[in-house]
Design a binder for this molecule. Structure first.
Ligand code: R5P
Length: 296
């Protein structure tokens, strides 16, 4: 273990230089060393034509119960699933409310712990076995990672277990950077958390918008998808997505900023225009207004 004293500050990120590691297929970062089956599942998460993704996160119920906007998954998800690439949810939601005949990739939430009633959410377990992930035909397993929190070690153990089993059966692991009450939200923190998750072997990392995101992306050898976070006005959320894409993220994994929007389907479409069609934030905002007007 390197001595913690006297560590130099990292600064040689060179975000202007493209990633030099394996990128096949579809330009997806870091997949060169993966087995064929896992590469194939990665193309169900990231579109093989551009290596980008729009993921819809609706896994909130696993610790929040019925959240605003997610009261009726059975009505919402079928309405949105044509406008996104990947559905990220719990096995309970998939089996009860999501038609199995959809064309989306499937990211399955496999870690869980206590509810919002608990002050410390950082003590999770792996609640879904790999056999059930395979049975559900999951393209990725999502695990929350609590770097710097009380449950850090358990969450790293959860992540490692999923990565080990995922490598055995060919299912990628999505390491979700947790943010919480006692945890920092600084570039320093996100640089630490994203790089740790990638070096521990996760094939995808979910993290938040912050300053120096271009350096965070440059230093992370696997794709980073942008977490949405708390609900913002649609125009601001679209600007955040544009700025994150300009920093090199491989897409988004958004929940509340889509399903709590005044028009979730229009928001999903507008986000997708930025991610897949390189639209400006202004163009996407205009499209959001037009589509939401048509729908109301
Ligand atoms: C992230 O911490 C969890 O995976 C959430 O349940 C969810 O995915 C968060 O999505 P958002 O912050 O975009 O609502």
């Amino acid at each position: 273990m390197a001595d913690k004293e006297g560590l130099k500050t990292a600064k040689n990120y060179r975000p202007e230089i493209p990633f030099a590691g394996g990128r096949l297929p579809g330009g997806i970062k870091g997949v060169g060393g993966l087995d064929w089956g896992m590469q194939r599942r990665m193309t169900h998460i990231f579109r093989p034509d551009d290596g980008k993704t729009v993921m819809l996160a609706f896994d909130h119920g696993y610790f929040m119960g019925s959240t605003s906007g997610l009261e009726r998954l059975d009505l919402l998800i079928p309405e949105l699933m044509d406008g996104v690439d990947v559905l990220m949810g719990t096995r309970g939601a998939f089996r009860t409310c999501v038609p199995s005949g959809n064309r989306c990739g499937l990211a399955l939430r496999v870690s869980s712990g206590s509810s919002v009633l608990d002050d410390d959410l950082s003590h999770e377990v792996v609640a879904v076995g790999i056999e059930d992930a395979l049975r559900l035909d999951a393209d990725a397993m999502a695990v929350q990672v609590f770097i710097g929190a009380d449950g850090e070690k358990e969450s790293i153990s959860n992540l490692s277990r999923c990565i080990n089993e995922g490598l055995t059966y060919g299912i990628p692991t999505l390491g979700v950077v947790a943010v919480g009450k006692q945890m920092e939200r600084t570039p320093r923190y996100f640089k630490l958390a994203t790089r740790m998750i990638a070096e521990l072997g996760a094939q995808i990392v979910k993290s938040y918008f912050c300053d120096e995101l271009d350096e965070i992306v440059a230093a992370c050898p696997v794709p980073i998808v942008l977490a949405g976070g708390k609900k913002l006005p649609e125009k601001d959320a679209l600007e955040m997505v544009r700025r994150a894409m300009d920093c090199g993220v491989s897409g988004v994994d958004m929940g509340r900023n889509v399903f709590q929007s005044a028009c979730p389907a229009a928001m999903a479409r507008a986000v997708s225009m930025i991610v897949h069609a390189d639209a400006s934030a202004a163009e996407a905002w205009e499209a959001f207004r037009e589509i939401s007007h048509e729908k109301t």
